[in-house]
Ligand binder design. Structure first.
Ligand SMILES: Cc1cc2nc3c(=O)[nH]c(=O)nc-3n(C[C@H](O)[C@H](O)[C@H](O)COP(=O)(O)OP(=O)(O)OC[C@H]3O[C@@H](n4cnc5c(N)ncnc54)[C@H](O)[C@@H]3O)c2cc1C
Length: 482
């Protein structure tokens, strides 16, 4: 049966992309988000004049975002102008050595024999780009722009299969001779919550993309992505409701019949696209009696991503760090320390200063700083009281204050409990599934329940702004193919 009325749960980039694709094909769309604004983890909040991210900090692979917009019929370059960050990362090693990564003319090692080591690093980066660029292109121009098909993946990657075995640490050891440079390169992917020894080697394509194309920030910040998608969906006639949490997906006789909102309102629909993650959809939104056993097992075995404490500072003073994002990192081989709580005092940390690229995100002369503190994953969510999160944050802020002058005007803290209760992220896991999850651990776009479709960061191609948009497009295509 062709779906005429589709209800979408979630107004993040996945739900908006799904809505646009469906509405452009004449399907009536009603989209519901529990929060008071759209965009989920790709949005911003203005607090006391400082614009803070609600998740994503930058666009990592701009070409993929261009493809996603093109698929939705939007010309990204004119609808969403972006600022290119040419010095995205700096790492400070324990002996004070500073390593800058970015465009070729920005790469620099400041420390013992800095000039000679910089020349070696540049040569090694060049060879690594040469080696991995074909794989990056296959991923960004092909594999991530279509639903997962193992035969297709094999057909496109068989020439590179030998390269794709092993971990990021193996590859960095093979390709980079300087242990401190290796540590700095590995630090680029620490946002996954995994040390290089546990990061699948294909994640190197993100690093190669950064070295080759830089990182990008939409002018006016990450929320501009959501603004463009929202405007497009409204123009196509999509109905959007915020402050509208969905309590239940209604299933009658094995088939979806609509939604029940937390307010008690019933919404009739012949298909539902849920972007609330497969885990939340099958444990919280569907009557357990009708959850297919294959989905129950998938949910129980889902490897979740890390939790974190988001620390955001609005400063009255202007910071001038050596790069958009700065890491204070342990030596090569010890990066687990960066990813674990540091009870005796924080030494290893990362901070990002978006006002370095877009000063207008803060009042004149001020700065926005964002940090993510490693947390004890075994703590129950309700341990995150206001007093506890302030204590954990203070240790990271003190560590930053030893390196940068901080005249703090505003502090915003987002604990794992906040991510769970206010961001609606399953169990507070920031990317839903772990970035190391295998494709078969991701959730399908078309579920065994007739009329129920899934999109968002726990479905292929997984977490990330552009990839989540693609997942919404794939779920919409599955609805249209019904
Ligand atoms: C801290 C953090 C940093 C990140 N950094 C980056 C980065 O730098 N670059 C990058 O590309 N990606 C980054 N990501 C990942 C990226 O932001 C996400 O993968 C992407 O935004 C997810 O989009 P989504 O639509 O799948 O989910 P979400 O953005 O989570 O949207 C889902 C929406 O569904 C709503 N919802 C959930 N349950 C219900 C319900 N029952 N009823 C109604 N509404 C509901 C939620 O309120 C939410 O708005 C980051 C994520 C986080 C959390």
């Amino acid at each position: 049966m062709k779906a005429k009325h589709v209800a979408i749960i979630g107004g993040g980039v996945a739900g908006l992309a799904a809505g646009i694709r469906l509405a452009s094909q004449g399907v009536r769309i009603r989209l519901f988000d529990a929060r008071d604004a759209l965009g989920g983890c790709c949005s911003t909040t203005l607090l006391n004049g400082y614009r803070f991210n609600n998740g994503a900090l930058f666009v990592a692979v701009p070409r993929l975002l261009d493809h996603a917009f093109a698929r939705l019929g939007i010309d990204r370059a004119s609808a969403l102008p972006m600022h290119r960050i040419s010095t995205p990362q700096a790492s400070v090693l324990p002996d004070g050595t500073l390593i800058i990564l970015g465009d070729r003319d920005r790469v620099r090692i400041e420390g013992a024999q800095g000039d000679a080591r910089t020349a070696t690093l540049l040569g090694e980066i060049e060879r690594s780009i040469e080696k991995w660029n074909p794989v990056l292109q296959i991923f960004t121009d092909d594999l991530l722009t279509r639903p997962l098909s193992l035969p297709h993946v094999l057909a496109r990657t068989w020439r590179h299969l030998a390269k794709l075995r092993g971990t990021l640490a193996d590859e960095l050891l093979r390709s980079f001779s300087d242990p401190q440079a290796r540590a700095a390169l590995a630090a680029v992917t620490l946002y996954t919550g995994l040390p290089a020894e546990r990061t699948p080697v294909f994640q190197i394509v993100g690093l190669i993309s950064m070295l080759q194309d830089g990182l990008h920030l939409p002018i006016h910040g990450m929320g501009a992505i959501t603004d463009v998608l929202e405007a497009t969906l409204r123009r196509l006639g999509g109905e959007i409701r915020t402050d509208a949490p969905v309590a239940r997906i209604r299933v009658d006789g094995g088939r979806v019949s609509g939604l029940a909102l937390a307010s008690g309102e019933i919404v009739v629909a012949d298909a539902v696209v849920s972007t609330a993650t497969g885990m939340a959809t099958f444990t919280q939104l569907i009557d357990p009696a009708v959850v297919p056993s294959v989905m129950r097992r998938k949910t129980q075995r889902a490897p979740l991503s890390q939790r974190t404490l988001g620390i955001q500072l609005g400063l009255r003073n202007r910071l001038q760090p050596p790069a958009h994002s700065v890491n204070h990192i342990p030596p090569w081989g010890e990066q687990k320390k960066f990813l674990s709580p540091q009870p005796g005092g924080v030494r290893w940390f990362n901070y990002t200063v978006p006002t370095q690229s877009l000063p207008e995100l803060a009042p004149q002369g001020g700065s926005v700083v964002e940090m993510f503190a490693a947390v004890d994953e075994s703590l129950p969510l309700d341990a995150w009281t206001d007093a506890f999160k302030a204590d954990v944050a203070d240790a990271s802020i003190a560590a930053l204050g030893r390196h940068e002058p901080l005249d703090i005007a505003t502090t915003r803290l987002i604990s794992p409990r906040d991510y769970a209760e206010r961001w609606h992220l399953y169990q507070g896991a920031i990317y839903g599934l772990s970035p190391a999850a295998r494709p078969d651990q991701q959730f399908p776009h078309k579920t065994p329940i007739d009329g129920l479709y899934l999109a968002g960061q726990a479905t292929y191609p997984g977490f990330g702004v552009a990839t989540s948009m693609f997942s919404g497009i794939f779920a919409a295509d599955a609805v249209l193919a019904r």
